[in-house]
Ligand binder design. Structure first.
Ligand SMILES: Cc1ncc(COP(=O)(O)O)c(C=O)c1O
Length: 397
């Protein structure tokens, strides 16, 4: 493994030097009065990333999975019913977490490679005359299949059904890489983590609560201590933390927000789109297929790519790692052995993306895939050179 090579897994992502330096700070007392000077602007900044002014953000020392647990335990009680669609490994794991918390989980089974089925949600909610469904759960970006779901469409479906269920969205692999609008889309609970679009190490579950979600905490009687919203919120309001905070990560998040705002959030999204498009051009040039069924579902943070019949994607990712020291995402769940993933989110430029495309191309050639060296690279190069200097590429990381 060469430590200089970028990773092409869809998180944790490459950490820019600036953020590594920002986290390289000596311990200071989190009970000292100046902690609030560091932390309060961070919470404010994260709210801007979620695009919420009505909601509140809390940060738990955890990973995205902890964020799921915080969402469920703060707002629901055992036995409550939730509605969720399964279309990949991460929606599957959220289902599993809900089941382990003794929620009644109604699952809409969807083909992997598709996204959240707004029409089926609408139908189920219309049929739910007694309002038994307390929450609708959606994974915005299914990292296992490279599928981005239309959150606005699900909101619309919920509104059209006149249903008052809470709306929970996992934006772990979309926030700060693709557009996310907590207030506009009426999201009540948004779950993210530090190690993807924020370009940091793993260690923070970053969770947005709407006022409705906060109100729901009053009656939710799921057991919670570490993830208690009010313990965290009240401590934060007084400039502190209910327990020992991950100080170095908070310094990192402060610098990460600076980087994102300096580039401009919309520009960050445009950069992700452009890099992703280059990867998609390469995939087409290889005559290979994305798992995402249709272009409206394409994710700008990760592409999951089927290998041709007779090939095993695990062999390919292992070979790329052993021979060239570069990590790509393996196929997860139903995709195991059938698809590999190129993570293209966080601190990444077009030139870095080209190195990933070139590397996987070498690995494929070594394993006698039916491709030519340069096929995918040149397709991506053509796209990048045509779009350089456009609004899509300005100020790229
Ligand atoms: C969409 C999505 N949700 C949840 C998770 C779980 O997050 P973590 O691994 O940080 O616990 C991941 C992790 O990759 C993810 O991609």
């Amino acid at each position: 493994m060469n430590a200089q090579n970028p990773v092409f897994i869809p998180g944790p992502t490459n950490i820019p030097d600036r953020l590594r330096r920002a986290m390289d700070v000596q311990t200071s007392d989190h009970r000292a009065p100046d902690f609030v000077e560091l932390f309060a602007p961070v919470l404010k900044g994260v709210k801007k990333i979620f695009k919420t002014s009505d909601g509140e953000v809390v940060i738990f020392p955890a990973s995205g999975t902890g964020g799921w647990e915080a969402a469920i335990t703060n707002t629901l009680s055992p036995g409550d019913k939730v509605l969720i669609a399964r279309y990949g490994m991460f929606s599957h794991r959220w289902i599993d977490l809900c089941q382990r918390h003794n929620l009644e989980v109604e699952i809409i089974e969807c083909e992997w490679g598709t996204g959240a089925p707004a029409d089926i949600f609408a139908q189920r909610l219309r049929e739910d005359k007694n309002a038994d469904i307390k929450a609708v759960l959606v994974t915005h970006n299914e990292t296992a299949t490279g599928v981005r779901s239309d959150i606005a469409a699900v909101r619309k479906a919920m509104d059209a059904s006149n249903h008052r269920a809470l709306f929970f969205v996992d934006c772990v692999s979309s926030l700060a890489s693709m557009d996310f609008r907590m207030d506009e889309w009426g999201v009540d609970l948004a779950v993210a983590g530090s190690q993807k679009g924020f370009m940091l190490t793993t260690g923070m579950a970053i969770v947005g609560f709407s006022q409705r979600a906060i109100a729901a905490t009053k009656s939710a009687d799921s057991c919670r201590t570490f993830f208690d919203f009010h313990d965290m919120f009240n401590a934060n309001a007084n400039g502190g933390f209910p327990y020992t905070p991950p100080l170095q990560l908070i310094h990192g998040l402060s610098a990460s927000l600076d980087m994102l705002f300096e580039e401009g959030l919309e520009q960050v999204f445009a950069r992700h789109f452009r890099i992703a498009q280059g990867v998609r051009h390469a995939v087409a040039a290889w005559n290979m297929k994305l798992c995402a069924k249709t272009p409206d579902l394409y994710s700008d943070s990760v592409s999951a790519i089927y290998v041709p019949q007779g090939f095993n994607s695990d062999e390919l990712t292992n070979h790329a790692y052993d021979a060239y020291g570069v990590s790509f995402g393996v196929g997860l769940g139903e995709m195991a052995g059938k698809a590999f993933r190129i993570g293209h989110l966080g601190s990444l430029s077009d030139v870095m993306a080209l190195s990933g495309i070139a590397t996987i191309e070498m690995a494929m050639r070594d394993l006698n895939y039916p491709i030519e060296l340069g096929q995918g690279v040149s397709a991506a190069q053509e796209y990048y050179r045509k779009t350089t200097g456009t609004a899509l590429s300005k100020k790229a990381a």
